[in-house]
Structures are given as structure tokens and as C-alpha cells.
Design a protein around this ligand. Structure first.
Ligand code: SF4
Length: 302
């Protein structure tokens, strides 16, 4: 995720959005995360959860009126704006329509648990109003890894909620964190995540590579020796094993800067070409060279 400036002074958390939504109209909706306990995450720590008033939404819309193309895509800013009641989200969208009646669709990040809180009728109403795509923090299909990361949601629940979103007609972009289980877990994590994501229809799967950020519980776990980070070569072996095992038609976006290698692929069409390239990369470079190339210790933010 990358950041831009906000027009609202009360909201000091940086505005994150997916790199592919660089040109979207950003509308601040929430700050903070209602969970805030994933062991690897620092983004919302120190930012108490808050949501914009209708007046604040109006203020943003006035400031951004006419600055974007009429058919602009819209990104609702916040770690999990979908946690808000459907009624409030629908009212925000109604206000947005007065300024941008022809916007093309709304995307945002969401926790799986936010989806579980919504009825099917509410999900359909949100889709009809313009919510087009949810970037879901799935991260892994392995129950033990999810528990170790303190994700607060199981793979089974993630599956159920992704299927509900498929049924409601809201596009999903599951986010998958390579190396999430630490050293020695690449094969298991790849297989379980591929099994999970093969059962749903995803518009895109977006990967990152686990990075141990200062100030997170994972940082302390690593210092205490209870967590060992996966070498970068293992993260590449993991994405390779994931692609080999995935039985779904989707677009794989491995271009976020936290990935150990960068590429995109239409699957299954590009499978052979991408797997061949990754195999060659692993053969031609030693694990030490790959560590140097990735430079994980220099990556300072999400
Ligand atoms: S990763 Fe997402 S759900 Fe987890 S604490 Fe961070 S913002 Fe919240």
C-alpha cells in the first residue's frame, strides 16, 4: 500500500491504497483498525479507530469535486471501512453520487470478519450502490500460521466469507503474505493457500512478502527466538509452489514492493512461463545472492 495526504486534520493515519489504485479518488472513511492485533502489522497501531462524520465526508467531496474524471474509481481509505454499518456506508455512497454520479466503482480494504457481519441483503445493497472490489486480508490458508500471526480469523471462515462475496457479486482480491509462517513453512503455506484460493473466484490475488517491522510483536518474537524469518529464497519457492498448485483462473499481482521478486501473471495461461522463470532464477542465484538482491532489512513500510 502507498500513501497520500488527507484533507481532514483529525485523521492523522497515512492514507494507504493498493498500488493499482494510484489514480483513484481517495476518500477517507476510517482510521485505525478494529482488530489491530496481527503480529506482523504496525500500520494502525497508535491510531484509535474513528470514522468520518457525514459533514467530514461532505467536506472531502467538496474539496475533490471536479478534480477527477467523471468515471473515476474511488478508494475508501482505512484499514477496514467495511466494518461500519451498511446504512452508514450507503449514506456515504449516496453523498459521493451527488458529486460523481458516474463513478466506476468503489474499492477498499476489508477484514474477513467485516464481511461476516453483513447479511447477504446488505452485501447486495452495497454492491448495487457501487462497492465493486474488496482487498481482503486473507494472508494464508494454513490455520496454524494464521493463529501464529494472530490474524483473528480462520481459513475456514475466510473461505465461507469469500464464497458469500462471490455470491453477492462483489469482486475479491485476497492478499497473500509469502513467508507468513517463517522458515521451513513455504511448502505447507503454498499448498494450503492454493487449496483455499482454488475454491473461490478472485478477480486478482495480490501477494506481499512478510517483513518484520520494528515495533510489532513479530519483531519481539524474532528477538526472543520464537519466530525465525523465512529466507528470501524460500519465499520465492513458496510463490512457485503456490502457482503450481493453484487451480483457479485469476490475475496474480506480485508487484507490491515487499515481494521478493516482481511479476504479474494471468493464470493459468502464464503458469508455464512464470514457473520456468522462477525455477531458473532459483538455479542461477545462491540463497545468499537472493538475500542481497531483495534487501529485506531496507524495507521500512508497507
Ligand atoms: S493487518 Fe489489517 S487487520 Fe491486521 S492489524 Fe493490520 S490493519 Fe488490522
Amino acid at each position: 500500500m502507498q500513501k497520500e495526504n488527507t484533507v481532514l486534520e483529525r485523521f492523522t493515519e497515512p492514507e494507504y491504497r493498493h498500488p493499482l489504485d494510484a489514480n483513484a479518488l481517495l476518500l477517507r472513511v476510517t482510521q485505525g483498525c478494529t482488530w489491530n492485533r496481527c503480529h506482523y502489522c504496525y500500520v494502525s497501531r497508535g491510531f484509535p479507530f474513528a470514522y468520518v462524520t457525514y459533514e467530514e465526508m461532505e467536506e472531502q467531496l467538496r474539496a475533490k469535486a471536479g478534480l477527477y474524471p467523471p468515471d473515476t474509481r474511488v478508494w475508501m481509505v482505512g484499514s477496514n471501512p467495511l466494518v461500519l454499518p451498511a446504512e452508514r456506508l450507503l449514506r456515504y455512497i449516496e453523498m459521493l453520487r451527488r458529486y460523481y454520479p458516474h463513478f466506476s466503482g468503489i474499492a477498499m480494504q476489508a477484514r474477513v470478519t467485516d464481511v461476516r457481519r453483513k447479511s447477504m441483503q446488505e452485501l447486495r445493497e452495497l454492491r448495487d450502490a457501487g462497492i465493486q472490489e474488496l482487498f481482503l486480508g486473507v494472508e494464508s490458508g494454513d490455520e496454524d500460521i494464521l493463529k501464529m500471526l494472530n490474524k483473528g480469523v480462520s481459513a475456514q471462515v475466510a473461505l465461507e466469507q469469500m464464497l458469500r462475496l462471490n455470491e453477492a457479486g462483489i469482486d475479491i482480491v485476497p492478499m497473500y503474505m509469502l513467508g507468513g509462517g517463517g522458515k521451513g513453512t513455504w511448502e505447507r503455506n503454498a499448498q494450503r493457500t492454493a487449496e483455499l484460493l482454488s475454491q473461490v473466484s478472485s478477480k486478482m490475488i495480490s501477494t506481499t512478502g512478510l517483513t518484520v517491522f520494528r515495533g510489532t510483536p513479530l519483531w519481539d518474537m524474532r528477538a526472543a527466538g520464537t519466530f525465525t524469518e523465512a529466507p528470501e529464497a524460500e519465499k520465492i519457492m513458496e510463490v512457485l509452489a503456490f502457482i503450481r498448485s493453484l487451480k483457479a483462473e485469476t490475475f496474480l499481482y506480485c508487484n507490491h514492493y515487499l515481494n521478493p521478486v516482481h511479476f504479474t501473471a494471468h493464470l493459468p495461461g502464464d503458469k508455464k512461463k512464470i514457473c520456468g522463470g522462477l525455477e531458473r532464477f532459483l538455479q542461477e542465484n545462491s540463497p545468499e545472492e537472493i538475500e542481497d538482491m531483495v534487501g529485506r532489512m531496507f524495507k521500512a513500510s508497507l
